[in-house]
Write a protein that binds this ligand. Structure first.
Ligand SMILES: NC(=O)c1ccc[n+]([C@@H]2O[C@H](COP(=O)([O-])OP(=O)(O)OC[C@H]3O[C@@H](n4cnc5c(N)ncnc54)[C@H](O)[C@@H]3O)[C@@H](O)[C@H]2O)c1
Length: 359
């Protein structure tokens, strides 16, 4: 088993990575102060595969286990679903000793984390991410929240889980499109943090897509270790953590333009990383060979590398001005400084943006 720790002082927590962790708690249960009740929040897709397994495992630890199954989809990452969770917890007379388990992808993780942050001013929660994207990104770092019709992830809290339990076996049922979306975030870590990891991905794409669990375990461990380090340095995104948003300013604009759920988050990030890398190319921070390698790796992982054809510069600008990353009217972009490092820039010109979205 691979284990690492997100080091945040008294809010530190472990991440466990292995096949079979949903059905076997021996290696992780003692790290979580489990008492009284466990409430599993999941959706009606993940339920079919994994709810019974996790329920039985938690029952075997002597807990009273309840589960709430929400409809599947980004469009349910709302205050209405949040309210459903609140009502459910109250109906089940859950007290402050209750632990919430987020069993699902990033939607369930973000929603459950926000519910845990709010219910009775904060109860424990555990992330059990079941998509590649949530295993390498959203389950680690404590960003929780819901969407608002006027903006994605606009309501939420920083609230850390007590543990992250990554059962690699969950990837066996994940649709290929979702695996690709997760690979968008995986590639991101190579570009912003480690050229060596980028090259490892170039060399191991075939094994990843064959679900070679030795390779996947290594990939997920590397991503979580990078994210843990970034979050350790800057938990509340005062500076460094912003680099995790490589491709996200463009990507969110595409997601919003198309309507939530039409493009997956990771797909927007895929095309967005090409645009951000084009900015780096225009500024001579990466070579045209490196730019081509970035596009190739994104393509190899079955992700889009271009914006939707009907989306104009004006569409991008209008949506990007509402982005959380806007400060003093300036849209801020993460741009690679070289392959393996990135920084935040707020001086990108309209002409550069126009070139980037043509990329
Ligand atoms: N909190 C953060 O730091 C952070 C970071 C990145 C993304 N996010 C958020 O994460 C969300 C995207 O997460 P996601 O890509 O996991 O999407 P998701 O949660 O919608 O899951 C994708 C789909 O896969 C299904 N699924 C999940 N696990 C499965 C499995 N093992 N087998 C079969 N199907 C499975 C889900 O039911 C869903 O249909 C977005 O809301 C995004 O804003 C948050």
């Amino acid at each position: 088993m691979k284990k690492l720790v997100v080091d945040l002082g008294d809010r530190s927590y472990p991440i466990f990575i292995k096949q079979g962790l949903l059905t076997d708690a021996t290696e992780w249960s003692s790290y979580i102060n489990l008492k009284d009740k466990a409430v599993i929040i999941t959706n009606d897709t993940v339920e079919k595969w994994y709810l019974e397994k996790l329920t039985n495992t938690l029952k075997s630890l002597g807990l009273t286990v309840y589960s709430l199954v929400l409809p599947d989809g980004e469009k349910y990452k709302t205050l209405e679903s949040f309210n459903k969770i609140m009502t459910f917890l109250l109906e089940k007379s859950c007290g402050r000793d209750t632990t919430l388990f987020a069993l699902g992808g990033g939607v369930i993780g973000d929603l459950t984390g926000f519910a845990a942050a709010s219910y009775q001013r904060g109860v424990n929660f555990v992330q059990v991410p079941t998509t590649l994207l949530s295993q390498v990104d959203s389950s680690v770092g404590g960003k929780t929240g819901v969407n608002h019709p006027l903006g994605k992830n606009m309501i939420g809290a920083f609230y850390q889980p007590k543990a992250v339990i990554i059962d690699l076996d969950c990837l066996k049922t994940l649709p290929a499109r979702e695996l690709a979306a997760g690979m968008g975030e995986v590639i991101k870590y190579g570009i912003i943090w480690s050229k060596e990891f980028f090259e490892y991905l170039e060399q191991h794409t075939a094994e990843i897509w064959k679900l070679d669990f030795d390779v996947l375990g290594q990939v997920i461990h590397t991503c979580c270790a990078i994210k843990a380090e970034v979050v350790h340095q800057d938990e509340r995104e005062g500076g460094k953590r912003a680099i995790l948003n490589l491709g996200h300013t463009f990507g969110h604009a595409i997601e919003t333009f198309m309507g939530y759920g039409v493009w997956l988050h990771g797909e927007g990030v895929g095309a967005g990383m090409v645009m951000a890398s084009k900015l780096a190319l225009l500024r001579n921070k990466i070579s045209s060979d490196e730019f081509a390698r970035i596009i190739k790796l994104i393509e190899l992982n079955k992700l889009p590398t271009k914006a939707p054809s009907n989306m104009t510069l004006a569409d991008f600008e209008k949506i990007m001005l509402h982005d959380k990353k806007v400060k003093a009217g300036k849209v801020r972009f993460i741009i690679p400084d070289f392959l393996g490092m990135a920084s935040l820039y707020d001086d990108v010109t309209e002409a550069e943006i126009a070139e980037a979205i043509k990329a």
